[in-house]
Design a protein around this ligand. Structure first.
Ligand code: C5P
Length: 247
């Protein structure tokens, strides 16, 4: 497990001429969390998931730009929420755009707002609110060191099977070569732009889009703390993680 502390804010500011832009799609409804505010605006230990996520992003070395996609009705509210993060990391440009009806559309909207001086673009999820700076840095470093596209992955712990239309198991999948994919995912900027321009159908992540145009996607180790907060139990787990002192 990794720790997020004030010293890292200083590190981030040293990276003020950073080469990394991070897109944070946060326009999802979050219906699987139950009724309430859009998912990114749900509270975790008194702070929204979005603010947790962006605090960790701006504490990452090399990050100079963050673009958040917000629900169309919440752009001003999201912008206000981010004021405190802006104050803590004045060297990082943080902007908010209107998200789309799919995650892919929300990413595309944020990507269009990234200034051209950033050669590395990471795509994160506000829902992975506790993804630590070390993980974000690992992904950015892999791109910096020459990978065109990078995903953080974890081994799959459950047995996975395919089922047919009747719910009958039709084949257990060998899990030894399977990995669960997290965010942030990292790209050379031109690769991500090309992948989105070529997109014809909807994908749940950006590495999937990049694969479609023949890009080789490399992996780095993920982090259990970067769990995707989707269901009520995930929120309870995230609270426990924070209660254990992981920032
Ligand atoms: O729906 P899912 O859990 O895959 O969402 C992953 C991330 O994408 C979340 O941070 C969510 O806010 C974001 N999203 C978005 N625009 C949408 C749908 C999801 O920005 N239309």
């Amino acid at each position: 497990m990794t720790h997020f502390d004030k010293d890292r804010d200083v590190t981030a500011q040293q990276g003020m001429c950073g080469d990394v832009a991070v897109l944070v799609p946060a326009a999802g409804a979050g219906t699987r969390l139950g009724p309430g505010a859009p998912k990114a605006l749900r509270l975790l230990c008194g702070e929204t998931l979005l603010v947790h996520a962006v605090r960790r992003v701006v504490a990452t070395f090399g990050v100079g730009c963050v673009v958040v996609s917000a629900p169309s009705t919440e752009v001003r509210a999201v912008d206000r929420l981010l004021e405190a993060v802006r104050a803590s990391a004045p060297a990082v440009g943080i902007s908010v755009v209107v998200g789309g009806t799919t995650r892919q559309a929300s990413v595309a909207a944020a990507l269009a707002a990234v200034p051209s001086r950033f050669p590395i673009v990471l795509v994160h999820d506000a829902a992975r609110a506790l993804a630590p700076p070390e993980l974000i840095e690992r992904v950015a470093d892999a791109v910096r060191n020459g990978s065109p596209a990078v995903i953080p992955v974890l081994p799959v712990i459950d047995t996975i099977t395919r089922v047919d239309d009747l719910g009958v198991a039709v084949g257990t999948v060998d899990r030894s070569s399977l990995r669960a994919v997290q965010t942030p995912q990292g790209f050379r900027r031109e690769i991500l732009v090309a992948a989105h321009e070529a997109a014809v159908d909807d994908h749940t992540d950006d590495a999937g889009l990049a694969e479609k145009i023949g890009v080789v996607v490399h992996t780095v180790p993920g982090d259990e703390v970067a769990l995707k907060i989707t269901r009520p139990l995930d929120l309870a787990l995230a609270e426990m993680i924070l209660a254990r002192g992981v920032r």
